[in-house]
Design a protein. Structure first.
Length: 69
């Protein structure tokens, strides 16, 4: 049994016509730092900014360790 929409098209057909979101590209650390600065300006004391900043710091430390002999 097909479920019909108001336009007479099966729901599955309508779902296939909905545009898919663009893939999110990878951000550089500089771009992430700029985003955290902006977030802190808009929302001082943001827990999200704290979390992202901690992740950036951990990633930078990991990159430094990999470069060390």
């Amino acid at each position: 049994m097909k479920i019909r929409t108001g336009r007479g098209l099966p729901m599955k057909s309508r779902a296939l016509r909905i545009a898919q979101p663009e893939p999110v590209r990878k951000a550089t650390l500089g771009e992430l730092k700029a985003a955290v600065r902006t977030l802190r300006t808009l929302h001082p004391g943001s827990d999200l900014a704290d979390l992202v900043e901690a992740r950036i710091t951990a990633l930078e430390e990991l990159c430094r360790k990999r470069r060390e002999p």
